[in-house]
Design a protein around this ligand. Structure first.
Ligand SMILES: Cc1cc2nc3c(=O)[nH]c(=O)nc-3n(C[C@H](O)[C@H](O)[C@H](O)COP(=O)(O)OP(=O)(O)OC[C@H]3O[C@@H](n4cnc5c(N)ncnc54)[C@H](O)[C@@H]3O)c2cc1C
Length: 834
C-alpha cells in the first residue's frame, strides 16, 4: 500500500473512478483511489444507466455533453466495452407548456452544440408504433444519447485510469482526515468480508496526500462529519421495475427494427427503456422518502430496499397507457436503491468550504450521466486552478454552513426528487422548507401581497401580487412566456422610473475587512482602485485565470476599515474565497481581520425620482434639507444618517439606475425602519418592488449581475468593464486576465421578440445564419417597451448598431446591440441634485 501520493480519491463509484482517470489524464502522475468495498458497490451498480442530456443549466449541459462523448471513446482506449447503447432519447410532451419547456431547453442545448430535434406525434407513431401518441403534442428527440451499463463504464474508466498510472486499492476505508499545513494525513483501515458483512480489520495505515477528493456517494454524511462540515447530500429511495418480455416488442424487434429510444413521458413523470424484450420503468414519484440521513448503517452494502409498488402504481398505469402492449406483461425484477440528492438536484463539486486541497464530489443524482464530465472539469479545476466552464452552480458552498441543517436537506432533497419531471419554469419557486430565513419585514411584505423567492435560504420578494391572492397564485403565475406575475413586475419597474420604490435586499452578503493591513490586502485582492474614506467603488476579485470570482461594492468606512457587499445568493461561496485569500496574503503588511456581518445588517434600496423627498421627511439632521443633496451626499458616497430612531449606513447607489440610496440598518431595527419608510412613502407614491422588476431595470442600465454576465468564464474586460479595472496597479489574477484577451464580449440588446414572451437569458444569438453567442440575462424594458437582454458575442459584433437575431420560442427574432446603459446613459437621473 502506497502511503504518499499527490492526490487521493476516496470512493470507487462512477464519479470517483472518473475523477481518478481524469486527474491522471490531466498529467498528475501520483494518483490513488481507495474504495472501502468493491468498485461500483455504492449506488453505481444498481443505476439504470440512462444518460439524459436534458438539463436546463448551461454548466450541467456541458458536463453531460462531455460524458456522452467521452464514454464513446472508452472502448478504443481500454479495449473494454462500456455497454453504451446509443438509442436516443425521446421526451414526449402532453401539454403546450411542456413544448414551451422543450423550446427553452432547446435554446440552451443550441448554445452548447447538443444535437436535438423536434418530432410531431405522427413522426413518433411512424417510427415507434407501440407508443400511443393521440394525446401528445410532440416530442424532443436527442439522437446521440441513450443508456450505458454503469458497472461496465466504471470498469472501463478504472482500466483507463490504471493504464495511466492510477493505483486502485479496494477494501480500504477512510476513517479520518487531518490537515497538516501542506498535506492531508488520511487514516485508512483494511476492510474484510465476514459472513457477507464488510468489517474493519486491525490493519490500518496513514496516507499522506497533497490533495484529497471525496466521492463517497451515500456515505457523504459520514465524510462530512470526518471533515467537520455540513453537507446537504442525503439519499432518497429510487426504484425501477423490469417487466417480463412484451411479445409485441419482441415481435417488432424481430422484424429488424432498432431499439426504442429511452422514452420519457415527462408529464407522467417516468422514463422507460427496453431491457431484454421487456421494459424498464423508472418513475420519479411523489412520496419517495429520504434515507441514511445520519449515515449508512454498517449492515448496508450493495443492498436494496424492498419495492414499494403502491407508491408507483399511478406511474405504472400511465406506462400502460403510453405503451398499451405492456398491459399484460408481468413484473420480472425490481430495484429500490438509495440515490444521493441535494436540494437543487445538482451535485456538490468543487473545493470544500474552509479547507485546503480538499475537493468534494458528492450528492450525484445523475452520477452515471455526470461522472465523465464531472471528472474532466474537476480535474481541470484541481490541476489548472480553474475549469473551462464556470462551476459555481455546482460549488459545494452554495449551501451555507451557518444555516443549512439535516432537516432542511431531507425536506428539500425529497422535493428535488419529486420535481425531476415537473415543468422547469425559469420563474419556478419550490415550496418545501419555507419560510426559513426571513428578514424583519417579511410579514409586512407578505401582507402587501409579496410572492417570495428562495435565495440561499432567505425569503426575498420576487414581486408583489394581488392582496387577496389565492395560495397557488405564484404557482399558477409561472410560465415560459410572460407569466401571471408579469403585469405586477411591470408596474413595479414603472414605479421606480416614475415615483419611488423600495426593495428589500437584506440577503446581500456583507463583510468587514479591518486593520492596518486591510488596504494592502484589498488592493491586491480586487482589481479596481480602492475608494477614499466615505466613498464607494465597484470592484472584482479575480480567479487565478483572471476571470470574475466575486463582485464587490466596497465602502471605505475609515482609513483601515472596509465594508464589502456582494451577492446574497453567493454568501458562503464569497466568504470562503475572501477568507482563504486573506490567509494567503498574510500579515506582512500589518494585521487585519475579516468579519462576516451578513446577518447583522439589513438592506432596503429606495430608488426613484421621489427617493430624496421621501427620505428627507424621515432624516434627522441639523440641516435636513441639505443632508441628502449632492454637495453633502454625492453619488457613490456613504454617510451615517438617522432615519427616525434608526441609525443607517446610507450608500448612494441604485442598482435600478435611478436616484436612490441603499439603506443598511441594524437587522433588529428592520421592522421599525420599514414601517417608517412605508408611512412616509405614501405621500410620494412609494411602491414595494421585487427582484424581478429590479432585474429588468438593471439591464436598462447594462449593470452586469453576478452569476449571469459575471462569473468564472469571463474576465472583467470581456464583461466590458474596463472602467472598474485599474491596470496601473498589480492585483491577483491580473496577468492571467491580460493574457486571456477578449474571447467574447458582453453587450446589451433591445429585442423585438414575440408579443407574449421575453428572453430568460439562455438563448442563442445569431448574426445572419451564424451562431455568434448567447444571452446571459433577459427581461422586459419599461423604458423602451420591448424585450431586453444582455449576453456575450464575438467581440467585433459587440458594437452598437449590430443587428442580431435571438432564438425565442423556436423562432429567430430581431435584436440590436445598443450602447451600454441605453437608459439614461449620462447617469443624469442618478446624479440629480435636490
Ligand atoms: C435505482 C437507481 C437508478 C438510477 N439510475 C440512474 C440512471 O439511469 N442514470 C444516472 O445517471 N444515474 C442513475 N442513478 C444514480 C446513480 O446511481 C448515482 O448518481 C451514481 O452511482 C453516483 O456515483 P458515485 O460514484 O457518486 O457514488 P457511489 O456509486 O455510491 O460510489 C461511492 C463509493 O464510495 C465508497 N466509499 C464511501 N465512503 C468511503 C470511505 N470512507 N472510504 C472508502 N470508500 C468509501 C462506497 O463504497 C462507494 O463504492 C440511479 C440510482 C438509483 C438508486
Amino acid at each position: 500500500m502506497k502511503t504518499e501520493v499527490k492526490a487521493l480519491v476516496v470512493g470507487g463509484g462512477a464519479v470517483g473512478t472518473s475523477i481518478a482517470y481524469h486527474l491522471a489524464r490531466a498529467g498528475w502522475s501520483d494518483v490513488m483511489l481507495l474504495e472501502r468495498d468493491e468498485l461500483t458497490a455504492g449506488s453505481t451498480w444498481h443505476a439504470a444507466g440512462l444518460l439524459p442530456y436534458f438539463n436546463m443549466s448551461y454548466a450541467t449541459t456541458h458536463i453531460h455533453d462531455y460524458s456522452i462523448k467521452f464514454y464513446k471513446t472508452l472502448e478504443e482506449e481500454t479495449g473494454l466495452d462500456a455497454g453504451f447503447f446509443v438509442v436516443g432519447n425521446l421526451r414526449m410532451a402532453q401539454t403546450q407548456a411542456r413544448m414551451d419547456e422543450y423550446r427553452l431547453y432547446s435554446a440552451t442545448a443550441e448554445t452548447c452544440d447538443v444535437p436535438h430535434e423536434f418530432l410531431t406525434p405522427a413522426q413518433i407513431k411512424e417510427r415507434w408504433p407501440l407508443v400511443r401518441t393521440e394525446d401528445l403534442l410532440g416530442a424532443l428527440f436527442h439522437p446521440t444519447d441513450g443508456y450505458i451499463n454503469p458497472a461496465d463504464v466504471t470498469m472501463a474508466m478504472a482500466k483507463g485510469a490504471r493504464q495511466r498510472g492510477v493505483l486502485i486499492e479496494r477494501k480500504w476505508q477512510v476513517d479520518g482526515y487531518t490537515w497538516h499545513g501542506d498535506h492531508w494525513q488520511v487514516q485508512v483501515t483494511k476492510m474484510a468480508e465476514r459472513g457477507g458483512n464488510l468489517v474493519p480489520t486491525e490493519e490500518s495505515v496513514v496516507i499522506r496526500a497533497e490533495h484529497v477528493v471525496t466521492a463517497t456517494g451515500n456515505h457523504a454524511q459520514r465524510t462530512a462529519r470526518m471533515l467537520g462540515l455540513k453537507t446537504p447530500a442525503i439519499p432518497v429511495e429510487h426504484q425501477y421495475i423490469i417487466t417480463e418480455p412484451d411479445p409485441a416488442l419482441v415481435a417488432w424487434r424481430a422484424e429488424g427494427n432498432p431499439q426504442h429510444p429511452v422514452l420519457r413521458d415527462a408529464d407522467a413523470k417516468w422514463y422507460v427503456r427496453e431491457e431484454r424484450g421487456g421494459w424498464i420503468l423508472g418513475p420519479y414519484e411523489r412520496g419517495a422518502p429520504a434515507c441514511f440521513r445520519y449515515g449508512v448503517p454498517d449492515s448496508f452494502r450493495a443492498d436494496l430496499f424492498p419495492l414499494d409498488l403502491e407508491r408507483i402504481e399511478e406511474d405504472y398505469m400511465s406506462m400502460i397507457h403510453r405503451i398499451p402492449t405492456s398491459e399484460t406483461v408481468g413484473l420480472k425484477d425490481d430495484f429500490n436503491g438509495p440515490i444521493c440528492y441535494t436540494p437543487d438536484g445538482n451535485p456538490l463539486l468543487g473545493p470544500a468550504p474552509g479547507l485546503r486541497n480538499m475537493w468534494l464530489a458528492e450528492g450525484f443524482s445523475f452520477g452515471i450521466t455526470a461522472a465523465g464530465g464531472a471528472g474532466y472539469y474537476l480535474a481541470q479545476l484541481m490541476t489548472e486552478g480553474e475549469a473551462a466552464i464556470d462551476m459555481a452552480s455546482l460549488d459545494p458552498k452554495r449551501y451555507g454552513q451557518d444555516w443549512m441543517t439535516t432537516d432542511y436537506a431531507v425536506t428539500k432533497n425529497e422535493e428535488a426528487y419529486e420535481h425531476v419531471f415537473i415543468l422547469h419554469h425559469p420563474d419556478e419557486e419550490r415550496p418545501a422548507a419555507r419560510p426559513l430565513r426571513t428578514a424583519p419585514a417579511y410579514e409586512r411584505q407578505k401582507a402587501l401581497g409579496a410572492q417570495f423567492g428562495h435565495v440561499n435560504g432567505w425569503e426575498r420578494p420576487n414581486y408583489y401580487g394581488p392582496l387577496d391572492a389565492p395560495e397557488h397564485f405564484d404557482h399558477d403565475a409561472r410560465s415560459f412566456r410572460r407569466g401571471g406575475w408579469w403585469e405586477y413586475a411591470e408596474a413595479e419597474a414603472r414605479a421606480i422610473r416614475e415615483t419611488v420604490g423600495i426593495i428589500d435586499a437584506s440577503a446581500f452578503a456583507k463583510h468587514v475587512v479591518k486593520g492596518p493591513g486591510a488596504t494592502a490586502f484589498l488592493d491586491h485582492f480586487t482589481c479596481n482602485k480602492l475608494p477614499k474614506v466615505g466613498r464607494i467603488n465597484l470592484t472584482y476579485a479575480l480567479s487565478v485565470k483572471g476571470t470574475t470570482r466575486t463582485e464587490y461594492t466596497i465602502v471605505r468606512l475609515a482609513e483601515d476599515e472596509y465594508y464589502l457587499v456582494s451577492a446574497g445568493a453567493w454568501h458562503a461561496y464569497d466568504e470562503d474565497y475572501l477568507q482563504k485569500a486573506a490567509e494567503d496574503f498574510g500579515m506582512d503588511h500589518g494585521w487585519f481581520t475579516v468579519q462576516d456581518v451578513t446577518t447583522q445588517w439589513g438592506v432596503y434600496a429606495v430608488a426613484g425620482p421621489n427617493a430624496r423627498a421621501l427620505l428627507q421627511g424621515l432624516v434627522r439632521d441639523a440641516e435636513p434639507e441639505t443632508v441628502l443633496g449632492n454637495k453633502r451626499f454625492p453619488w457613490l458616497s456613504m454617510r451615517n444618517i438617522e432615519l427616525g430612531m434608526c441609525p443607517v449606513r446610507a450608500i448612494r447607489v441604485a442598482y435600478t439606475g435611478e436616484l436612490g440610496w441603499e439603506l443598511h440598518f441594524p437587522m433588529e431595527m428592520g421592522l421599525y425602519l420599514w414601517d417608517q419608510l412605508m408611512a412616509a412613502g405614501a405621500a410620494h407614491g412609494l411602491k414595494p418592488v421585487g427582484a424581478r422588476a429590479q432585474n429588468w431595470l438593471r439591464q436598462e442600465k447594462s449593470y452586469r449581475a453576478f452569476g449571469t454576465e459575471l462569473g468564472r468564464d469571463a474576465t472583467p474586460l470581456e464583461a466590458d468593464l474596463p472602467r472598474f479595472v485599474d491596470l496601473s496597479k498589480d492585483f491577483h489574477g491580473k496577468a492571467a486576465m491580460e493574457a486571456t484577451g477578449i474571447r467574447s464580449k458582453c453587450c446589451t440588446l433591445l429585442i423585438d421578440g414575440p408579443a407574449d414572451a421575453d428572453p430568460w437569458g439562455r438563448e442563442a444569438l445569431y448574426h445572419g445564419d451564424t451562431r455568434v453567442g448567447r444571452l446571459t440575462s433577459g427581461g422586459y424594458s419599461v423604458a423602451f417597451g420591448k424585450s431586453i437582454g444582455m449576453g456575450y458575442v464575438r467581440p467585433e459584433l459587440a458594437v452598437p448598431g449590430t443587428k442580431l437575431l435571438v432564438r425565442m420560442m423556436g423562432d429567430l427574432w430581431p435584436a440590436e446591440v445598443v450602447e451600454d446603459s441605453p437608459y439614461d446613459p449620462a447617469n443624469a437621473r442618478i446624479r440629480i441634485d435636490g
